[in-house]
Design a protein around this ligand. Structure first.
Ligand SMILES: [Zn+2]
Length: 112
C-alpha cells in the first residue's frame, strides 16, 4: 500500500509505516517522527492573529485537544472577518493563554 506523505510528498509504504509507528496512513515515518503525533494526547498550540495592519498581535494559545483548537481558530477567524465584533464563541472553549507577541517590540520608548 503505497501512499504519498501529506507533509513531504514522499511515497512510502503506508502498511509498513502503520505497523511500525501507527498514526496516520498519509504521513511518512520521517514526518511522523519529526512532527507531533496528532493521535497522541499532547497539547495543541495554535497561533491566532488579532487586530489588523501594523498593530497586529499574535496570540499563542494552548488547547486541550485539536478539536478545540480548530473550533477556536474557526470562531476567531469568523468573528474577525465581521469587523471588530468581540462577541464570539472563544470564551466557551477551554484553553490556556500561553503568551502574546505584540507587533511593537518596545513600549517604553527608544532604548539605546
Ligand atoms: Zn513525510
Amino acid at each position: 500500500m503505497i501512499k504519498t506523505c501529506k507533509h513531504c510528498n514522499f511515497e512510502f509504504n503506508a502498511k509498513e509505516k502503520i505497523r511500525l509507528r501507527g498514526g496516520y496512513i498519509n504521513v511518512c515515518i520521517d514526518c511522523h517522527d519529526e512532527l507531533p503525533d496528532p493521535d497522541a494526547n499532547t497539547p495543541v498550540i495554535r497561533g491566532v492573529v488579532a487586530g489588523s495592519g501594523k498593530m497586529a498581535a499574535i496570540s499563542i494559545v494552548r488547547f486541550e485537544n485539536e478539536g478545540d483548537a480548530d473550533a477556536y481558530v474557526r470562531s476567531f477567524n469568523a468573528s474577525s472577518a465581521w469587523g471588530s465584533q468581540k462577541l464570539n464563541r472563544c470564551n466557551s472553549i477551554p484553553f490556556k493563554h500561553v503568551g502574546t507577541n505584540i507587533g511593537s517590540t518596545n513600549h517604553k520608548g527608544k532604548a539605546g
